[in-house]
Design a protein around this ligand. Sequence first.
Ligand code: URA
Length: 434
Amino acid sequence: MLMTDIICKKRDGEALTKEEIGFFVKGYVSGEIPDYQASALCMAIYFRGMNDDEILDLTLAMMNSGETVDLSGIEGIKADKHSTGGVGDKTSLVLCPMAAAAGLKIAKMSGRGLGHTGGTIDKLESFPGFTVEISEERFLENVNRIGISIIGQSKNLVPADKKLYALRDVTGTVPSVPLIVSSIMSKKLASGGDIIVLDVKCGSGSFMKTKEEAEALAKQLVRVGKAAGKKTAAVITDMDEPLGNAVGNALEVKEAIAVLKGEKKGDLYELCMTLGSLMLVSAEKAASLEDARKMLEKTISDGSALEKLALMVEAQGGDSRYVYDESMLPAAKYTLEVLAPMSGYVKHIEADDIGLASMHLGGGRATKEDTIDLSVGIIINRKVGDYAAKGESIATIHADDMNRARAAAEAVLRAYEFSEEKTEREPLIKEIIQ
Ligand code: URA
């Protein structure tokens, strides 16, 4: 088999066989196929697409490119969730403890933040001492004992995706449905969960800018999950503004704790209820989405979800006092208010730009090697549809340096669009695909 023939076949719009896809994945991971040929194939896939069989074959070949996690030692139903990435997305911090408190087993591998989006692991490291570097044995033991553990992705999980994603990132081939589906689902399938719930973001702050694009992606994700024998569901959710109010690591942890304490509702709470309900119904722990929601609400009102977070933090070396008293979490030296330039309604908040402003404050990484400042970030005080009188605070910058704070305030102001007329917020949950 020749890689050149495979590239030409896809360039001409033909479907690749399972053997050809396997040849490419194996050869690329081993280094026999060079980056320039892999780039050409990714670009051909970007323009020509892939049929259902090709997408499944690519996903499975990638999944089998490295180690897979065996969760069979964990009793009960193992549930996993994945978000296609957004700004202010601290869903896992709320959803995973709630789902664990409702009786599911959460053995989750999460990532670090890069660019304008954050990562669950960085956020969890706001708890002093918390580590994701635990042995597989301790990971499984923790999940069996307390129902929840979140760790970093193991080094040998889907090496094909590590190489391919880095290549796609620099060759303009990230936003391709077959490539996104195989990237996400190869990792989810290799992580060993029984149930997979996917949060597919749609809007200016995500890869999929329109509902149609998000729907095409969500349908393929669910199809591939089911074809691989997993119960899979997807929710298409709005990312036309940041999720919740906080953007930045410790600030997001504080917001998640407020939701778990029952002190805060809103879009983040609603999203976690929707994703969690789908998990419980898929696991047959609840007969309907309504029943599932009641179960989840109880985990908040009786404090059991918050307790799960505390147990996980402690089991992974952290200090659980910070869960109960979030004022102990890292806090920035300075705050600066961003004031409304006119009286009116917020029409739009460019989520990417808020994420980038937080990154420039030191809250995110421009490159994988950067270290981050857990305390800094932005609180969104006015969301889409809210009214602000001229001079009222629309956002608060949390910074360790006043010059950076001023630059962030200017960037945040540019991310806001106002209107004199009342504006409506897009529905948060656009569609559920089961
Ligand atoms: N997230 C992933 O893991 N892979 C993609 O290709 C896009 C988003």
